[in-house]
Design a protein around this ligand. Structure first.
Ligand SMILES: Cc1cc2nc3c(=O)[nH]c(=O)nc-3n(C[C@H](O)[C@H](O)[C@H](O)COP(=O)(O)OP(=O)(O)OC[C@H]3O[C@@H](n4cnc5c(N)ncnc54)[C@H](O)[C@@H]3O)c2cc1C
Length: 572
């Protein structure tokens, strides 16, 4: 067995972290291991909010160090996307209810750091140091994803200041946080604003807790502002800038939501594999049954792919600039694809672990519910797909050379995230994906996927889809998923190379993606009228199947999966 590429907190070494970060991560790991699985599960089942974790983080200045840019914080604080990503994965590993305050604090702070309001920035950094958390108040009960219809508004007072009125729904930690609130100036169409509403202010009403099947130890709530004073000098941004910064914060937030399935699936994978490996049926290990091995092998491979993609996309996001906006395609894919892949991983785990996975005292029982959230919350997979679809034409035909993107584990402020360039997604240029694929065609299943991709490219370039159809999400969904596989595969190949993942493993992983690609093509032909040429190309994709190599497939079990049966066990 080579090195285990998956996260294992119990062997955390943090080679690329500085001493202080190592100490911080170790203290968090110790906190959860001391707390134990039973307590974490009980909190989740009883809807007991993770206030003890919030106290722990405040005492140790964890959110302050991880989420304050150096310019506004202490010497050791950085808004470093790589470190934040790793921390997110770690929190999700122990439970996403505990990850939720970190997520909403990051979302609530991002528009502040993006803005130019120095007074608010100084104040926010101080509040974070004092242990306060932040929240992100975008959603409204009646309007969901339709932000244009938001009703929360501010009205101008004779002295030039404002008062805010309205309510927000499904807001994380709305009961204790300082909530970055998205609103517009009363009686305008698009005079957007963002400002902070403090949950402890008398004009801020925490209306109710909304109990959801996920985030049991988090707090999801509704708040209402009535005559809430908003001094003009405290508004973060007005108009188009407020709108753009709200969306730019979501670009960071959606990336982090996409990280959480990795933590969830990894913990569940270790727990369930250990159970099956040690269970004896008919005088043999459960994992001696070949189909059980297949479930775990597929779960492992897909999980590996998720992690390779996310950390590679993190490199791109950290290197992004006004000249390189490829992250605007890669990030929605982080959110939707790892979310959807996480569901597949958990299905495989459940198929193997069966009854045990339904016991309330396992991590997996909560994980089966929690894994449903990431592809659906903070923008569904289809909302993100609408962004992906905009890139189809340019991805295949409008290439540009970019400098190589290095692996980014250096500790620094990723200030570029606060200066995102807005504008048409369809005009973003991509490097020629085929150059990456061509380096790895010695792996038969990479070669098969590449064959499918070449056909897909012909489909898009030779049979352009009518404008009206392009706007029909229903019609475009499978085609969008096929583009996602191309991009996903490209970054995974880069990540696998950077992390020395064995070719056997990568080849078998790509065998799964070849099947996925064929399934999307078949679904498209089965549901929608297409012309003869399109049908012919899609059938060619369906007919391009993985190269089966049983010996290599078995080696994934013996070399990659089986050795993980006893690497992690959560203290009770
Ligand atoms: C546990 C939990 C925590 C949350 N935390 C927060 C938070 O902290 N802050 C916050 O602001 N919100 C939060 N939300 C709200 C969440 O992000 C909602 O998903 C969001 O408001 C969208 O609303 P909706 O899910 O009701 O879907 P709707 O907007 O009502 O959409 C209904 C359906 O239409 C589809 N649809 C809508 N628009 C499009 C489009 N443009 N393209 C394609 N399909 C579309 C959707 O995908 C969905 O399937 C949270 C929700 C939950 C359940």
């Amino acid at each position: 067995m080579g090195a285990n590429y998956l996260l294992n907190p119990q062997t955390y070494a943090g080679e690329h972290h500085d001493d202080e970060t190592k100490e911080m991560f170790r203290s968090v790991i110790k906190y959860y291991e001391d707390k134990g699985l039973d307590n974490l599960n009980e909190d989740d089942a009883d809807y007991k909010v993770c206030y003890d974790m919030l106290k722990f983080q405040a005492k140790n200045q964890i959110f302050a160090r991880l989420l304050t840019p150096k310019e506004h914080g202490d010497e050791n604080s950085y808004f470093d996307l790589r470190r934040i990503t790793e921390f997110n994965e770690l929190l999700a590993f122990y439970g996403i209810g505990n990850r939720y305050p970190f997520q909403v604090t990051m979302l609530g702070l991002a528009p502040i750091w993006m803005g130019t309001n120095k007074k608010v920035q100084k104040w926010a950094a101080q509040k974070l140091k004092e242990g306060r958390i932040f929240a992100y108040g975008i959603s409204e009960k009646e309007h969901g994803a339709d932000l244009y219809s938001n009703e929360m508004c501010i009205s101008e007072l004779p002295d030039g200041n404002y008062r805010a009125d309205g309510s927000k729904y499904y807001i994380g930690f709305s009961n204790v946080a300082i909530t970055t609130t998205f609103a517009k100036i009363k009686d305008t169409v698009d005079e957007w604003v963002m400002f902070a509403a403090d949950s402890q202010h008398p004009h801020y009403n925490d209306v109710k807790r909304i109990r959801t099947s996920t985030y049991g130890s988090g707090y999801v709530g509704e708040y209402r502002l009535v005559d809430y004073p908003v001094p003009k000098e405290d508004v973060y941004a007005f108009g188009k800038k407020a709108w753009e910064e709200a969306l730019a914060a979501i670009n960071i937030g959606k990336f982090m939501v996409g990280v959480s399935p990795i933590g969830i699936c990894t913990h569940s994978f270790y727990e369930s594999l250990r159970h099956s490996y040690n269970r004896i049926l008919y005088g043999k290990k459960v994992t001696d049954m070949v189909h059980i091995r297949r479930f775990y092998s597929e779960a492992y491979l897909r999980l590996l792919g998720m992690r390779l993609y996310v950390y590679r996309a993190c490199d791109y996001f950290r290197c992004s600039s006004s000249e390189d906006r490829r992250y605007l395609l890669y990030n929605p894919i982080v959110k939707m694809k790892t979310g959807l892949e996480g569901v597949k991983v958990m299905t495989n785990i459940l198929d193997a672990a069966s009854a045990k996975a339904f016991e309330k005292d396992t991590y997996t029982e909560t994980a089966t519910r929690d894994i449903q959230g990431p592809p659906r919350l903070e923008g569904t997979a289809h909302v993100n797909m609408s962004l992906v679809i905009k890139c189809i034409q340019s991805f295949f035909s409008n290439h540009k050379e970019y400098p190589d993107i290095p692996v980014r584990v250096d500790l620094c402020d990723d200030n570029n995230l606060f200066n995102q360039t807005y504008g048409s997604i369809a005009s973003i240029q991509f490097n020629d994906y085929s150059k990456t694929y061509k380096k790895y065609l010695d792996m038969p299943n990479v070669a098969q996927l590449y064959k499918q991709v070449e056909i897909l490219e012909k489909l898009f370039l030779e049979c352009p889809i009518e404008k009206a159809l392009k706007r029909q999400m229903d019609y475009m969904l499978n085609l969008g998923h096929m583009l996602v596989v191309v991009v996903y595969g490209q970054l995974i190949l880069e990540g696998a190379n950077n992390n020395d993942i064995h070719k056997r493993t990568v080849n078998q992983l790509f065998g799964l993606y070849v099947s996925d690609m064929a399934a999307y093509a078949l679904d498209q032909i089965s549901k929608y009228p297409m012309n003869d040429q399109q049908i012919s190309y899609l059938k060619e994709i369906v007919g391009t199947t993985p190269v089966i190599d049983i010996e290599e497939w078995n080696a994934v079990w013996t070399e990659d999966v089986e050795p993980l049966n006893d690497v992690f066990s959560m203290p009770k």
